[in-house]
Design a protein around this ligand. Structure first.
Ligand code: UTP
Length: 298
């Protein structure tokens, strides 16, 4: 039997963003601009470029700016057109046409697993993609989108596939570490998992392959999540539910293509902005010159 197509994606964006306070007191961290494009717009584009047809964004009371961003703004467009800025008006309008986007509020930030549980009615009985709202993945020139790669892996296997990359051993405690059932593959091919652990101390980690914000998950996860007790940091952890699938041989991992930035982390955000600025046609040369001058002076 052919595996079901992955048509839906969930973007959890209801976290408190405490690592980025005070900016995130009223500004959703997902709206932090990477030069002039909010991070979440890049994520929606990654999903759309991977064939996703509808997207659910999990929000909270302070995240209204996300909904405004993906809406039409007739007053702004009219003003831009009146002042001859048609190209900019078209750009602004196109954001509203990117995808069918739905929203649900997570009323209490009880963890990523709890946020995903809020997507149960939207997802129904289909496999679905998850893209974390604060993880940005930029494909290289010959590479496709990260979530598209995991969708391809799912469509071959028919099991949950988590996106991983190798991280420094000391950094594994920030992520979930996976345990391959056999050999891990670095070429992007999926490999079966037998276990995983959320934010382990380095000496407790299975491997340095960390789950980094991209997943394709089978819908039985909702039943598992409904019975998952709070774990690390007192939060309902998605990793704990995925672990149940791994223990039954129902989860795999694949190394995904592209460079990944954690924009919920101050240094990760600054790196993303610098890299994007350097590759921009309009400001790239100026930024490069400025950085070179800065290095000479220091
Ligand atoms: P993070 O732990 O990176 O986000 O969660 P956070 O809680 O906002 O970050 P800090 O540590 O306080 O700075 C990973 C993803 O899960 C979402 C976040 O929005 C982020 O995309 N999340 C987390 C929720 O949607 N709800 C939650 O209750 C927790």
């Amino acid at each position: 039997m052919q595996n079901k197509r992955v048509r839906k994606a969930v973007i959890p964006a209801a976290g408190l963003g405490t690592r980025f306070l005070p900016a995130t007191k009223s500004l959703p961290k997902e709206m932090l601009p990477i030069v002039d494009v909010p991070n979440i717009q890049h994520i929606v584009k990654e999903a759309v470029d991977s064939g996703i047809e509808s997207i659910l964004i999990i929000t909270s009371g302070t995240k209204g700016a996300i909904e405004h961003h993906f809406d039409y703004d007739f007053e702004l467009e009219t003003r831009l057109r009146q002042s001859g800025k048609d190209e900019l008006a078209d750009q602004v309008h196109a954001i509203g046409d990117m995808a069918d986007i739905f929203y649900v509020r997570q009323k209490n930030p009880k963890g990523l697993g709890h946020a995903i549980l809020c997507a149960k009615d939207f997802v129904g009985d289909e496999p679905f993609a998850i893209l974390l709202g604060d993880d940005l993945v930029v494909p290289g020139p010959e590479e496709g989108p990260a979530i598209g790669h995991l969708i391809d892996c799912y469509e071959r296997l028919g099991k949950t596939v988590v996106g991983v990359k190798k991280v420094d051993h000391a950094a594994i405690s920030k992520y979930a570490s996976v345990k391959p059932a056999g050999e891990a593959c670095d070429d992007g091919s999926p490999f079966l998992l037998s276990d995983m652990v959320e934010k382990p101390r380095p000496e407790e980690a299975f491997t340095d392959y960390a789950i980094l914000g991209r997943y394709v998950v089978t819908p039985d996860i909702f039943e598992i999540l409904a019975h998952t007790a709070p774990g690390r940091n007192g939060e309902i952890q998605l990793t704990d539910a995925l672990r149940q699938q791994a223990l039954k041989g129902q989860a795999a991992a694949a190394v995904f293509p592209g460079t990944r930035y954690d924009i919920g982390d101050k240094f990760g955000y600054v790196k993303a902005v610098i890299d994007f600025a350097l590759f921009r046609e309009d400001i790239g040369p100026q930024v490069r010159e400025y950085l070179e001058q800065l290095v000479k002076e220091k």
